[in-house]
Design a protein around this ligand. Sequence first.
Ligand SMILES: *[C@@H]1O[C@H](CO)[C@@H](O)[C@H](O)[C@H]1NC(C)=O
Ligand SMILES: *[C@@H]1O[C@H](CO)[C@@H](O)[C@H](O)[C@H]1NC(C)=O
Ligand SMILES: *[C@@H]1O[C@H](CO)[C@@H](O)[C@H](O)[C@H]1NC(C)=O
Ligand SMILES: *[C@@H]1O[C@H](CO)[C@@H](O)[C@H](O)[C@H]1NC(C)=O
Ligand SMILES: *[C@@H]1O[C@H](CO)[C@@H](O)[C@H](O)[C@H]1NC(C)=O
Ligand SMILES: *[C@@H]1O[C@H](CO)[C@@H](O)[C@H](O)[C@H]1NC(C)=O
Ligand SMILES: *[C@@H]1O[C@H](CO)[C@@H](O)[C@H](O)[C@H]1NC(C)=O
Ligand SMILES: *[C@@H]1O[C@H](CO)[C@@H](O)[C@H](O)[C@H]1NC(C)=O
Length: 734
Amino acid sequence: MNLCFIFCLISTSLVFTFVSAGSNVTYDSRSLIIDGQRKLLISAAIHYPRSVPAMWPGLVQTAKQGGVDVIETYVFWNGHELSPGNYYFGGRFDLVKFAKIVHEARMYLILRIGPFVAAEWNYGGVPVWLHYIPGTVFRTYNQPFMYHMEKFTAYIVNLMKQEKLFASQGGPIILSQIENEYGFYENYYKEDGKKYALWAAKMAVSQNTSVPWIMCQQWDAPDPVIDTCNSFYCDQFTPTSPNRPKIWTENWPGWFKTFGGRDPHRPVEDVAFSVARFFQKGGSVHNYYMYHGGTNFGRTAGGPFITTSYDYDAPIDEYGLPRLPKWGHLKELHKAIKLCEHLLLHGKSVNTSLGPSVEASVYTDSTGACAAFISNSDDKNDKTVEFRNASYHLPAWSVSILPDCKNVVFNTAKVSSPTNKVAMVPEKLQQSDKSQKTFKWDVLKENPGIWGEADFVKNGFVDHINTTKDTTDYLWHTTSILIGKNDEFLKKGSEPVLVIESKGHALHAFVNQKYQGTAYGNGSHSPFTFKNPISLKAGKNEIALLSLTVGLQTAGPFYEFVGAGVTSVKINGLNNKTIDLSSNAWTYKIGVQGEHQRLHLVDGLNNTKWTSTSEAPKGQALTWYKAIVDAPPGDEPVGLDMLYMGKGLAWLNGEEIGRYWPRLSEFKKEDCVEECDYRGKFNPDKCVTGCGEPTQRWYHVPRSWFKPSGNVLVFFEEKGGDPTKITFARRKVV
Ligand SMILES: *[C@@H]1O[C@H](CO)[C@@H](O)[C@H](O)[C@H]1NC(C)=O
Ligand SMILES: *[C@@H]1O[C@H](CO)[C@@H](O)[C@H](O)[C@H]1NC(C)=O
Ligand SMILES: *[C@@H]1O[C@H](CO)[C@@H](O)[C@H](O)[C@H]1NC(C)=O
Ligand SMILES: *[C@@H]1O[C@H](CO)[C@@H](O)[C@H](O)[C@H]1NC(C)=O
Ligand SMILES: *[C@@H]1O[C@H](CO)[C@@H](O)[C@H](O)[C@H]1NC(C)=O
Ligand SMILES: *[C@@H]1O[C@H](CO)[C@@H](O)[C@H](O)[C@H]1NC(C)=O
Ligand SMILES: *[C@@H]1O[C@H](CO)[C@@H](O)[C@H](O)[C@H]1NC(C)=O
Ligand SMILES: *[C@@H]1O[C@H](CO)[C@@H](O)[C@H](O)[C@H]1NC(C)=O
């Protein structure tokens, strides 16, 4: 008899007993009420498509061991509705499987359907095709948008109902969310915004999920929809309606990164301080955004310029390892808060000042039980205070938790959890064909410019995003210029300068098939100017520009209309004149040829044009590289070290690793910190590292994508790199 048979029998029967009881989820001003019981809930955001199914059970367990009760995830519309009515729920997008894993771990789930999510995710999660349905304006009182949004919301709700995933059906889902952070923008949309927000709330309620709905950062959410807080601190937050509980849907324990930016870190003492203050002030549902950030695989990263890594400095790191001491310290915090749960939810509270910046919140009940949170919000000075005839020392910017009003079981600034350091230990690529003496790469170089038939010719420029509709990052533009034999500058050997203006996001320029350079925007500022000397010859000169997007806009009023692409091309210094090529006839081609030939997919690998070589070309633009390799030894998580490559896309066995770009952080040394003072209000620029270093050097390749040998590793390098220096790296605790 096989082991799984026994194990699966036990686990299914456990799940069955757990499932069979449907739960009634309601709320009052203190908390959610599940089956008549008030609940204090610690929740952790883990986005299913930012890891892989093989990682989900481990991530959920690590959260559970960290003292977490609830998993929270967005639903990623553009990953699910690939074209109108064409739904996908496979692989990383298997939402039902994810929800069931949460359920099997006996945890709750908060389902943030959105379906607009922002989330540093491409286009804020809304499918790009929706922008091209005539008359559509996102997130407004607009018929096409409302129709498709309602249709998708209903689709998800019905799927969850069919799978019996709502708590009322015995499933894990205790809350669902509609819209996201609309309160930030409602005023931009004026009356239309208010009308839309109200419609969205009513539409959600009409879905009859029989669990409450929430709207994050939506201060006028109509009853029974609960408004919630997203911020670094939510102790001051009060829901609009007095009968709603205080729910914190996003406490940011770190921050995301952009290519060219720095590495933000939020000290755990400050995260713990914010959490403790929230519960001290009557909060009852708290969620970490993110608890595991994970990876923006493929082209799912939003933009412009959000990195493939979405580590977020979260309690579980991108690779799935607990980050210590962050994970451990928060686990201790959760334990301490839970010791006070009953009093926090049922007791009477009295707030007393124990001196400047020191506040005691004392919760008592009729049995004489007592729990206290004492906070010192002074961001510089430690304090010693008298409380109930005893003396307490409080480090600056900290909260002490006293579940019996006497003994401090936890102080947010005193970290006793062990600390770990992780290292990326390099592992040379091992080719699977052991009969080869030297490492062999298959190489295929693309020619710059139009391949195959042109898509169209137009005088002047188009909007990049309107043209590619985000089916690819790439859009070729080509034109030519005739130079007479007697032109002055040819004789004098002076170099004309190619000047290109673009709305974003990046561009590689080629003249007469030669790579001339790259330019790009920075941060979320996407416009840029390319300015490089070029050499022209007598006769016809070809100019080929590869315009690129690096993730689409994720939020903001009318964000879907933000464009990208070339707006002007000039050549300065041609016989002391400037030639404007902007209104030339430009020939366009969407995408690069290798994408079209599906070189990255396993079915495209037998393309006969690959050349096998042990001398892989270095510094060569527009080059595809392929190697057949073994999995790195051991079972640690794996990253790819792309430090010596330029910019491009990577795949393993046809799975999309994502955009790589070891672009250096544009900040100077003094823009970073050596030591971080946890005290005082945090902001993402406060505790940054990595100035002058590549923002992202390593790219996560999930273990489950590997087989022991014969793994097909493919790169498309846009501007030139050294593939012989690519290695795997095992992420090890040292
Ligand atoms: C759920 O609980 C509320 C109050 O807590 C109660 O009014 C309601 O009848 C309950 N519903 C069900 C289906 O048990
Ligand atoms: C929700 O319930 C109401 C009242 O029973 C009903 O009219 C409506 O059609 C239901 N909506 C859905 C989506 O089932
Ligand atoms: C103490 O503060 C919390 C949060 O601000 C509040 O809900 C509670 O009513 C306060 N208690 C008293 C007695 O003022
Ligand atoms: C503190 O001490 C005073 C005087 O001894 C006493 O009356 C009071 O009950 C004590 N309070 C507590 C909370 O123990
Ligand atoms: C980013 O680009 C803007 C506009 O080109 C420029 O003003 C700014 O200095 C750049 N910032 C950095 C850090 O390079
Ligand atoms: C894209 O095209 C639409 C119409 O198809 C137009 O309304 C919009 O302004 C264009 N966007 C840009 C950035 O040019
Ligand atoms: C370009 O300008 C330089 C200096 O201003 C001058 O010496 C040269 O003759 C000019 N060339 C042409 C072709 O006008
Ligand atoms: C590719 O070629 C190999 C060797 O000729 C063959 O075994 C394999 O089936 C082919 N794969 C595909 C996807 O066509």
